[in-house]
Design a protein around this ligand. Structure first.
Ligand code: TYM
Length: 336
């Protein structure tokens, strides 16, 4: 049976190496496997849940779409769409919101991280964010969702929402398939370059903590040179990386970028100093990212072409999503 693959990213700030290695690269692999049908969204409705600049949202949306294509998502094989252009996402979110207990949402660690100590000031949209994400996935009845490790809990919630709906309104029939998370590779959780215990993130204050897909070669080399490490040489075995978060992170990045596992990377660099390893890592990063950055620039210079790719994706997404809304409303007993 062919798989239906769905995944999305928010147009908030620039994409970084974590987004690329944890998710985007796997999107491209899945697109080129078997007869998968792939849909990749730019989730702009999610991007307005925690404050945003209206002057930048539209351009940021195009930039994310450009990054998808530059990284290898082929608009002739996959559909790239914009969430706000497919009203079914917001519609299904409301239907699910009425069926989701608050207790399930209160467990979400990402809300707690994002809202911090000021939970009462956070928006209802930020709190309900995982329900919109469930709608993004289930409105297409997606079977597989390639994401980084930080989205695991949201995927579990999506499965709970689907299962509960199937049980209550469909006599247990699998109306909504339970989507499988696809979290694979040596870099499912890329960490900050300055702190091996914090995730590499778009929102961290210092730009030195992350490598952006738009960074030039000098910036990448400088960020890697200044990345936090420890004084020991690199170990010979993966087991010895366990208590060395920063070393583990850099080895994981090298492994992912060179399509190897960490063992093989340590066969090459075990016993060497970071002063030997870091320049090799910087060269590899530049080699892999420079073509993506260049292609992104080209695409951004042709907004009409980008918009026509997105229009095709939006049309297909609307076509696939509309029957799900109709059937879901029928199951819920709405007048028709
Ligand atoms: P977002 O925009 O924060 O991140 C996009 C993707 O990048 C992955 N990622 C990482 N992977 C490895 N290491 C990191 N440091 C790292 N940081 C981010 C994320 O896991 C994600 O796969 N809620 C989602 C967007 C979303 C979505 C969806 C995803 C909305 N609807 C439906 C899948 C399906 C998010 O905020 O991703």
């Amino acid at each position: 049976m062919s798989k239906r693959i769905l995944s999305c990213m928010q147009p908030t700030n620039r994409l970084h190496l974590g987004n690329y290695l944890g998710a985007l690269r796997n999107w491209v692999k899945l697109q080129d496997e078997g007869d998968n049908q792939c849909l990749y969204g730019v989730v702009d409705l999610h991007a307005i849940t925690a404050g945003h600049d209206p002057a930048e949202l539209g351009q940021a949306t195009r930039e994310i779409a450009a990054a998808y294509i530059a990284a290898g998502v082929d608009p002739a094989k996959s559909y790239i769409f914009v969430q706000s252009a497919v009203p079914a996402h917001a519609q299904l979110q409301w239907l699910f919101a009425t069926q989701t207990p608050l207790g399930w949402l209160k467990r979400m660690t990402q809300f707690k991280d994002k809202a911090g100590k000021k939970q009462d000031l956070a928006s209802l949209g930020l709190f309900g964010y995982p329900v919109l994400m469930a709608a993004d996935i289930l409105v297409y009845k997606a079977t597989h969702v390639p994401v980084g490790d930080d989205q695991k809990q949201h995927l579990e919630l999506t499965r709970d929402i689907a299962q509960s709906f199937n049980q209550h309104y469909c006599d247990g029939e699998e109306f909504f398939p339970l989507p499988e998370p696809v979290i694979t590779g040596p870099a499912t959780r890329v960490m900050s370059l300055r702190d091996g215990t914090a995730k590499m993130s778009k929102s961290a204050d210092s730009d030195m903590t992350r490598i952006n897909l738009t960074d030039d070669a000098d910036t990448i080399a400088q960020k890697i040179r200044k990345a936090k490490t420890d004084p020991e040489p690199l170990p010979e075995s993966v087991k010895d990386l366990e208590s060395r978060a920063e070393a583990d992170n850099l080895i994981g990045i090298y492994a992912a970028l060179s399509d190897q596992n960490k063992e093989t990377v340590l066969q090459q660099f075990g016993g060497k100093q970071f002063s030997d390893f870091k320049p090799a890592l910087a060269d590899l990063c530049v080699e892999k990212l420079a073509p993506i950055t260049a292609r992104m620039r080209e695409l951004m210079n042709d907004p009409a072409e980008l918009d026509s790719i997105l229009k095709r994706g939006n049309d297909k997404a609307n076509e696939l999503a509309a029957p799900t809304i109709e059937e879901t409303m029928r199951k819920l007993g709405f007048w028709s």
